[in-house]
Design a protein around this ligand. Structure first.
Ligand code: AGP
Length: 360
């Protein structure tokens, strides 16, 4: 059942493995009999009428929002901002004339998000919640809800909720493009099908992922993750995953930003995970990886069939570049899992953390 581990040693591993099914489930739920996108007409209208989207979230859901922004801007041509809920709450940016607020929250209970929702409702703004828990506080209090259909997520470290949130965003973006008559060849349904297959391929490579964790993470105090464009978003999530369950200090950086300070921290043997799935910046990020290798870093390179070079650590199947975080996050989740396991950490219930943060 959804709330039992079955043969799994941890909920986190079970939930990582469930991702291909979750994506296929989302495809089904958001499609009608004719294969068209099924979406509440009111949501379509709200999205169409908005002159700017404000995505509000925390933690992993914020990282999904970063990818969501790219989808909304590049596919649906909707100007989008992403904000950390607790920052927006006390330091509100200038709002557009007709904003639509999109709250992303696995639990639908995050107090920082609710605080923002209360404030923007008072201003008369419309709101949409993307959540895994229908009936949660955010869904009850916002105008519209989109369900991520990921099934209960028990492990404190979010995995399947993150990929599900981005999948729902891709459907929203495709629908938004169609509704506005934007000519795009982006078909979220087709792409998500391919994503589910790619996820499955990676979930079948657990021994390899454990080996990578052993080579890079088993005995280190810190670890850096670097990427550009969509890969910058996913490395922030990879770093959060690693630190919250293994307690290894980890940070995700934009590849080009390293030389502006962080590179000072690279020592002999420092693990650096470089993710490169974006062809237009492949050469740039490889340059950044060379810079850290020259300073002694132990570089773990995750590329795709389209960007690979000899000697890369993990090569992902080819995927739509705008959706690459859904796939590139899988090895990052698994590497974090094995690192935490080896270090004797309580994988499902890391210290100091609660599954949903219902206090400000
Ligand atoms: C993720 O692994 C976290 N434990 C945490 O960052 C989480 O994503 C955040 O607290 C937001 O929760 P929500 O999605 O339920 O709002």
């Amino acid at each position: 059942s959804d709330t039992e581990k079955g043969t799994y040693s941890h909920f986190m591993l079970k939930e990582i493995d469930e991702q291909p099914f979750v994506i296929r489930n989302i495809i089904q739920k958001y499609q009608d009999e004719d294969g068209d996108i099924k979406l509440d007409q009111d949501i379509r209208t709200a999205l169409n009428n908005a002159d700017r989207l404000y995505v509000i979230a925390a933690g992993t859901s914020y990282h999904a929002g970063l990818a969501g922004k790219e989808l909304m801007e590049k596919v649906a041509e909707k100007p989008t901002e992403v904000h950390i809920a607790s920052e927006f709450l006390y330091n509100e940016p200038l709002l557009s004339k007709n904003p639509l607020f999109i709250f992303i929250s696995q639990s639908g209970e995050t107090a920082d998000c609710r605080g923002v929702l209360v404030n923007v409702k008072e201003k008369g703004c419309q709101s949409l919640t993307i959540t895994n828990v229908p009936g949660s506080t955010l869904t009850r209090e916002s105008d519209f809800t989109l369900h991520t259909y990921a099934g209960p997520e028990i492990a404190v470290a979010s995995t399947k909720a993150y990929t599900a949130q981005m999948a729902v965003f891709s459907i929203l973006a495709m629908d938004g493009a169609r509704a506005q008559g934007i000519n795009t060849d982006f078909n979220a349904i087709t792409e998500l099908g391919l994503i589910a297959n790619a996820m499955e391929t990676l979930c079948d490579q657990k021994d390899r992922m454990e080996q990578v964790a052993r080579d890079y993470m088993f005995d280190t105090r810190n670890c850096f993750f670097i990427g550009r464009a969509m890969d910058y978003h996913v490395v922030q999530e990879g770093a959060l995953k690693l630190k919250e369950i293994s307690y290894i200090q980890a940070e995700g950086f934009a590849g080009g930003e390293l030389k502006h300070g962080t590179i000072a921290l690279i020592e002999d043997g420092t693990p650096v995970v470089g993710v490169t799935t974006q062809q237009h910046v492949n050469a740039n990020i490889r340059g950044n990886i060379q810079e850290v290798i020259a300073r002694g870093a132990n570089a773990c390179i995750i590329s795709t069939e389209a960007t690979k070079e000899e000697g890369d650590t993990i090569v992902l199947p080819n995927i739509n570049e705008l959706l690459s975080p859904l796939v590139s996050v899988v090895p990052l989740q698994l590497i974090s899992y094995y690192a935490a396991l080896h270090r004797g950490c309580d994988v499902d219930k890391p210290r100091n953390l609660a599954k949903s943060v219902t206090v400000e």
